[in-house]
Write a protein that binds this ligand. Structure first.
Ligand code: CP
Ligand code: NVA
Length: 320
């Protein structure tokens, strides 16, 4: 395996060998190192990527549906010379009741890293507790750290820096909201979420992101009025009103969040060069207008493509 990461830095000592469940386990320099490598990978033809993961077996377990995450991990691992081993949760013995602990112990004997998409965040915490190889969260109900990394890289590419950038998240204070707050704060951004009462993000994580972001020129906060959040924002971000696992409550959520749609009117409060962001999949006619999603200010397709770059960079640092 080549030692050198593109971009001329070494695998970060505080990322190497770690499980990444929220990004809160990393210092700002660790996140910076991953973003730096991801940016360097993004500037290369993927067919020219170095074989940083040669001989490495990366398990990708999906207990929930996925388009972007699954394809971006498979593509990124393959371009770095590694081998993705994709497993659908329903096809595994875990789905029939095999203990998470036993699954972790067995897969650790066979794989170099385990990437898991599941529901309750406690499930991935239990897997990571018992695994002897790094575990990476590819979405739980609580966090979506790989998405947060892609969001930050996309903003850095657009604006040249993330320091002192202001991002407004409008809608449900869900996994993507929290991971944007954590990743953004660790890169010096201020992320303001506008959520209706009852849909606010986990206050402990908001407090953590605010404290982590302040020394870097950023922070995190929550308001109820979308126009207050969007005032002078460089990025206006939204996500589905009905996340995986929330389906039974869908009608009530759509009613409660109806005033939290992002559209041209709301964008008038943002900076003139503000971009529109969404992790996808989008729900047309709900959280974002088609005009913004497909318009010139949309950064969503770059966000999706950057999933390849950040996850490849993350694995290169974790397994470096
Ligand atoms: N944004 C995201 O994680 O998309 P998928 O659910 O398609 O993986
Ligand atoms: N908040 C959404 C993100 C999907 C990528 C969900 O959890 O379903």
């Amino acid at each position: 395996m080549l030692n050198r990461l593109p971009g001329g830095i070494e695998p970060h000592p505080q990322v190497r060998g770690r499980s990444i469940l929220t990004l809160m386990e990393l210092p700002p320099e660790g996140v910076e190192a991953v973003i730096h490598t991801a940016g360097a990978l993004a500037s290369l033809d993927r067919r020219q990527w170095p074989s940083l993961l040669e001989g490495r077996m990366i398990g990708l377990i999906f207990e929930r549906p996925s388009t972007r995450t699954r394809v971006s991990f498979e593509v990124g691992v393959s371009h770095l010379g590694g081998h993705p081993v994709v497993l659908a949760g329903r096809d595994m013995q875990m789905g029939r009741g095999e203990r998470i602990r036993d699954t972790a112990l067995v897969l650790s004997r066979m794989l170099d890293a385990i990437v898991l998409r599941t529901g309750p965040h406690e499930t991935i915490e239990e897997l990571a507790e018992h695994a002897t190889v790094p575990v990476i969260n590819s979405l739980t109900y609580g966090h979506h750290p790989c998405q947060g990394l892609a969001d930050v890289l996309t903003l850095r590419q657009r604006f040249g820096t993330t320091r002192h950038l202001r991002a407004a998240y409008v809608g449900d204070g869900n996994n993507c909201c929290l991971s944007l707050m954590v990743a953004g704060a660790l890169c010096g951004m201020h992320v303001v979420a506008a959520c209706p009462p009852g849909y606010e993000p986990d206050p402990d994580v908001v407090e953590w992101a605010d404290a982590a972001g302040r020394p870097l020129g950023g922070g995190a906060s929550v308001v109820t009025d979308p126009s207050v959040a969007v005032a002078d924002a460089h990025a206006v971000y939204t996500d589905t009103w009905v996340s995986m696992g929330d389906e039974e409550d869908g009608d009530r959520r759509r009613r409660d969040l109806d005033a939290y749609r992002i559209d041209d009117r709301l964008l008038t409060f943002a900076t003139p060069d503000a971009v529109v962001m969404h992790p996808l999949p989008a729900h047309h006619g709900e959280e974002v207008s088609d005009g913004l999603l497909y318009g010139p200010r949309s950064a969503v397709w770059d966000q999706a493509e950057n999933r390849i770059n950040v996850q490849a960079a993350l694995l290169a640092h974790v397994l470096g």
